[in-house]
Design a binder for this molecule. Structure first.
Ligand code: TXA
Ligand code: MG
Length: 354
C-alpha cells in the first residue's frame, strides 16, 4: 500500500482551503473503511470507523495487536456519546464537563451500535473527546466515531510525532496526517465508570488528584501501583509488554549522587563487555554521566517536559542501537505517576533502589 502524507500547520488558525480538502479526503477514506493516522494532544492515533467491524479488524492487523485489546472511540461533540453508550451516569457528565475536550478516556457500558470487534468483545466502550483541532476536524469529516489506538506497532513506544508513525506504519495504512509534535506525549488517563467507585485504569495527564476533586474519591487499579500484583489489569492493554526499547532498560532510584555513581559504574562495566550504553538523565546532572549516549529528558523541575520527551527518547535509543540503558527515577505522584507507569513498563519493571 502506498501511504499518502498530509502536512498540516500545528495551530489551525484561519481556515485553509488546501487543509480542508485534505481533511475531507481523509474523512472519506475512513468512511469507506480505510485507516488514517492523526495527531491528538496525547500521542498520534491510528484511526478507522469505530462502527465498522471491518475497520477495527484492519487496525489490529496494521498494528500487529491482539484482537482482545479494545480500542478507544474518539468523538468530536459531547452529545455524540449517547449513540455509543447504553447508560450515561451523572459522574460521566461531571467528568466531561471538567475535562473534555482533553486527555481523558471514560469506560462506559456500550450501546448495540458499537461492534464487538471495536471493544475486543467487551460490553463496555472506551470514549474520548480529544482537544487537538486536527483530531476533531478529522472525526467530524469521518462521520463522528473514530476507533483509534496509538499509531505504533504493538509493543513499541507510542508515537509523539509523524516521523515515528511513518517508521511503524508507512505502507501499512492509507494516510498519515502530519501535524508536528504532540503536546503531552503520554496517552490519555483512562477512568472506568462502570464500577461503584470510579477507577483509574491508566494514569495520564489528568491526575488522580484532579479526578478526586471532581468526583470526591476515585480508586486506582492495583496493578498500576503494585506491579507485583497477581491480578490482571482491568484495561486489557495494560497487561502487555509495552513501550519497550530494544535495549535493556534499568531504572535507578536514590539520591542524585548515588544514582550518578551507580549508573557510571555499571555503564562502564557494560561498555567493557561490548554493550553500547545509554543514560536517560535530567538536565541538572546531565554533564555528570559517562556513557556512549546520554539523553536529556528535561529539567527535574519540569514534569511536563519529561512526559513529552520520554517516548521519543526510547525510540532514539533504538535508532542509535543502544543495548544497555539506565534511567533516573521520578517521584510517582501527580503527572509523575503516569511517567513512572510508562517507564516501569518500558523497563519490564527492572528498578534498582539504592
Ligand atoms: O491518548 C490516547 O488514549 C491515545 C490517543 C490516540 O487517543 N490512544 C491510546 O489507545 O492510547 P491504545 O489503544 O493505545 O490504548 C487504549 C487502552 C488499552 O490499554 C485498552 O486495553 C484500554 O484502553 N481499553 C479500551 N477499551 C477498554 C474497555 N472497554 N475497558 C477497559 N479498558 C479498555
Ligand atoms: Mg497504545
Amino acid at each position: 500500500m502506498n501511504t499518502i502524507y498530509f502536512h498540516i500547520k500545528k495551530e489551525s488558525g484561519k481556515p485553509d482551503q488546501e487543509e480542508e480538502t485534505a481533511f475531507r479526503q481523509a474523512g472519506e477514506i475512513i468512511r469507506s473503511g480505510g485507516l488514517v493516522a492523526f495527531p491528538t494532544e496525547t500521542v498520534y492515533g491510528l484511526g478507522g470507523d469505530a462502527l465498522n467491524p471491518e475497520s477495527s479488524r484492519k487496525i489490529y492487523a496494521a498494528k500487529g495487536r491482539p484482537s482482545d485489546n479494545p480500542l478507544i472511540v474518539h468523538i468530536c461533540r459531547f452529545e455524540d456519546i449517547r449513540v455509543i453508550v447504553s447508560r450515561l451516569p451523572e459522574a460521566a457528565v461531571k467528568i466531561a464537563h471538567a475535562f473534555w475536550p482533553g486527555p481523558l478516556t471514560m469506560i462506559l457500558p456500550k450501546s448495540g451500535l458499537v461492534p464487538p470487534e471495536t471493544t475486543g468483545g467487551l460490553d463496555t466502550v472506551a470514549v474520548r473527546f480529544p482537544s487537538h483541532p486536527a483530531a476533531r476536524k478529522l472525526i467530524a469529516y469521518s462521520g463522528g466515531y473514530i476507533a483509534a489506538p496509538s499509531a505504533n506497532l504493538s509493543g513499541r513506544p507510542s508515537p509523539t510525532s509523524a516521523k515515528y508513525v511513518a517508521e511503524d506504519m508507512d505502507g501499512r495504512i492509507d494516510v498519515i496526517i502530519d501535524g508536528g509534535e504532540v503536546g503531552i506525549g503520554l496517552e490519555s488517563t483512562i477512568l472506568d465508570l462502570t464500577s461503584d467507585v470510579p477507577r483509574i485504569l491508566r494514569p495520564g495527564y489528568i491526575t488522580r488528584e484532579m479526578l478526586d476533586e471532581v468526583l470526591g474519591k476515585v480508586d486506582i487499579d492495583v496493578t498500576i501501583i503494585d506491579p507485583q500484583s497477581r491480578q490482571a489489569p482491568k484495561a486489557p492493554g495494560m497487561k502487555y509488554r509495552h513501550y519497550a526499547p530494544k535495549g535493556k532498560l534499568v531504572i535507578v532510584e536514590g539520591t542524585p549522587e548515588q544514582v550518578i555513581r551507580y549508573i557510571n559504574t555499571h555503564a562502564e562495566t557494560d561498555r567493557l563487555s561490548g554493550e553500547k550504553t545509554g543514560v536517560i538523565a535530567t538536565a541538572e546532572v546531565l554533564e555528570q554521566y559517562h556513557a556512549d549516549v546520554v539523553k536529556c529528558i528535561g529539567s527535574r523541575e519540569d514534569e511536563e517536559a519529561i512526559a513529552r520527551n520520554l517516548f521519543s527518547i526510547l525510540r532514539e535509543f533504538d535508532d542509535d542501537n543502544v543495548t544497555s540503558i539506565y534511567s533516573e527515577s521520578f517521584p510517582a505522584h501527580g503527572l509523575g505517576q503516569a511517567i513512572m507507569n510508562r517507564l516501569l513498563k518500558a523497563a519490564g519493571h527492572r528498578i534498582v533502589r539504592l
